[in-house]
Write a protein that binds this ligand. Structure first.
Ligand SMILES: [Zn+2]
Length: 128
């Protein structure tokens, strides 16, 4: 059993989370194990692979399905007017030109949603 700690409160707004992703400071089980706070570094969702930022937001199979579903939903809601092709680089850094502000906002909110589910240790309709 892991000892309990009083963690400082971190801001979970989308911009702070994106800052943490870009600076590789988003807390994952890999880091918690490294800091000797958790015994396991395995993924909170699948418990099959080490929980890194890349695994949590892109590589995990059910997250890939999540992105695929989100793409379908956004395509349906916008009548195919946006190009929501997801690459790992775009997902982490955001798409570069200003025409992609809506997509970048969708990426930010979706990443925050995934991370919130991870922190609550639960799946959802979107992440199973
Ligand atoms: Zn996993």
């Amino acid at each position: 059993m892991s000892p309990s700690y009083n963690f400082p409160k971190y801001c979970h707004c989308v911009m702070c989370m994106q800052f943490q992703i870009l600076h590789c400071t988003l807390v994952t089980n890999r880091k918690l194990k490294l800091w000797k706070i958790k015994e396991s570094e395995m993924c909170s969702f699948c418990e099959l692979e080490v929980e890194s930022i890349s695994h949590l937001l892109f590589d995990y199979l059910h997250i890939k399905i999540f992105w695929f579903r989100l793409k379908g939903w956004l395509t349906m809601k916008t009548n195919n007017r946006i190009d929501f092709n997801i690459s790992k680089i775009d997902l982490i850094l955001g798409k570069s030109d200003s025409d992609n502000r809506l997509i970048n906002l969708a990426y930010l909110v979706a990443k925050q949603y995934i991370y919130s589910c991870r922190c609550l240790y639960k799946g959802s309709y979107w992440i199973r």
